[in-house]
Design a protein around this ligand. Structure first.
Ligand code: AMP
Length: 558
């Protein structure tokens, strides 16, 4: 479908799309609109953020709503409050001319009584995070009898954030004949299971290849020694004077470290991580969206739901534990038809991980070299000259000042003046890079398994190894454990080393000196009703005490 007109959309919706300057449907919109022109049925759409998926599910819903009927017709579930608000805004824009059609966004951490009041006003579309939506259903305030549509947006993210039970509950409470639209960037087994259970012969729509990062993204990796990672990051930033980028780190502590160093070194940067209060977070995100901040240093969790369209680069300062997280990270650039770059700064031993990611992306990650200081200075110089050429110079205020300026520069020739201007701009950088060395190193073969296991340890930091009674059996992967640890520890900024997940338990390394606090913090935490237990493990082979007892008993039995 090449135009929105072909989709039999109401005139009010077409006008809104014109207002929004949506000239023609994106591929996912074309597919979904074509489907709903013919038929109404469940569908699974494999689509990244940035493909236009919000309008893809919102348009058929809005088109079907009768403004006179003020019951809830559609529930849209989203993993984060930020994404929910973004969807709410988009739906608002698309329904601007449809009088009597309204949406409400509900999410945790904000007054439930206000949301209950707003529900009484009769919105037809409710966009919500799973926890709060379930809560409102349980309280009998969000009525589902009339629901015709359920949208699961970023379904894979919702599952990895532990919302599986809430999703299943909500789906099971909606009428049997509702239409379910499931949007996901990846299709792990768990999503398949949900689809098999709750969707009726769904049509599968894939935009781009499965698991492929946005089509317009070019992926490059740079191999440097660990000690050169930060200088490498600086060179990449210096090489792109107008960069607008998220720099991804693995832990909150690392984001704080990097952002602090960047600020000290004069970069326009800020941090987004779980240590921020909601209002601090909102402020940072607003500044980043408004481009008052050029470089945002973030963890994966914190950057979820941050909707920014024109990132020039995503920089992976540290690779994520799961390949799928890389797909999400890199999908944040190259959006809305623009091209984007995803850079990975690796240590030589991490090349194996890059190869694995290549496989799951289905795309080549090119080897690239960190530029030399001289290359950077040339780029900065060209940029400066272009900016000077483009500078507005015909204002009256400037004209008024010109006689004075000319007078004070009368002894300086044109050539000299140019040299001085350029020197003024570029001398600091030239000085910084004058003795630069080549920091690129050949990516090596995968390190021995022992080294590989220690890849997240920082040099100079001592760790204590712990046993935790959460494992793969609990459907926990490294990234979930990392989230859990970050959530539970009351003292923030503790370095997390290696994480090893086994079937029913895990070994985790935490910075030495916080043992007591960590053990008691976990003691007070429950996971799906089960008490968590964190114990110091002295040897790698150490097993939990429960198991040691079991082995003794079984010996005795023999
Ligand atoms: P989404 O994937 O829904 O987050 O959309 C990504 C961005 O693309 C949003 O900023 C949308 O406003 C924009 N967008 C979505 N559909 C279109 C379209 N048909 N034409 C132009 N921009 C669009």
């Amino acid at each position: 479908m090449n135009s929105f007109q072909e989709a039999n959309l109401k005139a009010e919706i077409l006008t809104a799309l014109e207002d929004m300057n949506f000239q023609k449907p994106t591929p996912i919109q074309s597919e979904v609109l074509a489907l709903f022109r013919e038929d109404i049925r469940d569908c699974i759409a494999l689509a990244q953020t940035g493909t236009g998926k919000t309008a893809a599910f919102s348009l058929p819903i809005l088109n079907s709503i009768n403004p006179g009927d003020q019951s809830v017709k559609a529930i849209v579930l989203s993993p984060t409050r930020e994404l929910a608000l973004q969807i709410g805004n988009d739906v608002f824009d698309m329904s601007k001319h449809l009088s009597g059609v309204n949406n409400l966004v509900v999410y945790g951490g904000s007054s439930i009584s206000q949301q209950i009041k707003d529900l009484r006003k009769g919105p037809q579309i409710v966009v919500g995070t799973p926890g709060r939506t379930k809560d409102l259903i349980n309280r009998g305030k969000l009525k589902l009898e009339e629901v015709e549509w359920v949208v699961l947006d970023e379904a894979d993210e919702m599952l990895s954030m532990g919302f599986k039970e809430d999703l299943e509950y909500i789906l099971s409470q909606t009428p049997q004949d509702r239409t379910v639209l499931l949007f996901s960037a990846t299709l792990p087994k768990e999503i398949r299971k949900i689809a098999n259970k709750y969707l009726k012969s769904p049509l599968e729509i894939t935009v781009g290849n499965r698991n492929e990062g946005a089509k317009n993204v070019t992926h490059k990796y740079f191999s440097v020694r660990r000690k050169d990672k930060y200088p490498a990051l600086k060179r990449l930033l210096d090489m792109h004077p107008d960069i607008y980028s998220i720099v991804f780190c693995r832990t909150k502590r690392e984001t704080n470290d990097i952002a602090a160093r960047l600020s000290t070194d004069g970069y326009n940067s800020d941090t987004l991580n779980g240590d921020l209060t909601q209002s601090q977070r909102d402020l940072v995100m607003q500044k980043f969206r408004d481009k008052q901040v050029q470089i945002l240093v973030a963890t994966d969790v914190a950057a979820r739901g941050l909707d920014v369209n024109d990132l020039t680069h995503v920089i992976n300062y540290k690779l994520p534990d799961e390949n799928e997280a890389y797909v999400h990270r890199s999908g944040r650039t190259g959006r809305a038809g623009k091209s984007g770059l995803s850079y990975i700064i690796i240590e030589p031993g991490e090349i194996g991980k890059v190869k694995q990611i290549e496989k799951s992306l289905g795309k080549t990650i090119e080897a690239a070299t960190i530029p030399s200081g001289m290359d950077i200075c040339k780029v900065q110089l060209r940029d400066f000259i272009n900016k000077v050429k483009d500078t507005e110079d015909s204002t009256q205020e400037l004209e008024n000042l010109l006689p004075e300026i000319n007078e004070s520069l009368k002894d300086v020739s044109k050539d000299e003046l140019i040299k001085k201007l350029v020197a003024h701009e570029i001398n600091t950088l030239l000085d910084y890079y004058k003795d630069d060395i080549d920091i690129n190193v050949e990516p090596g073969k995968a390190r021995s398994s022992k080294e590989g296991r220690s890849r997240n340890r920082k040099s100079g930091v001592e760790y204590t190894r712990f046993f935790l009674n959460v494992g793969r059996r609990d459907k926990y992967q490294k990234k979930n454990l990392l989230e859990l640890i970050n959530k539970v520890l009351t003292v923030k900024g503790i370095d997390i080393g290696d994480i090893e997940i086994l079937k029913s338990y895990s070994f985790i390394e935490l910075e030495k000196g916080h043992e007591k606090m960590a053990i008691s913090a976990f003691k007070n935490t429950r996971l799906k009703g089960r008490a968590l237990s964190l114990e110091v493990a002295n040897k790698r082979t150490d097993k939990p005490s429960r198991n040691r007892k079991f082995r003794k008993n079984s010996k005795r039995r023999r």
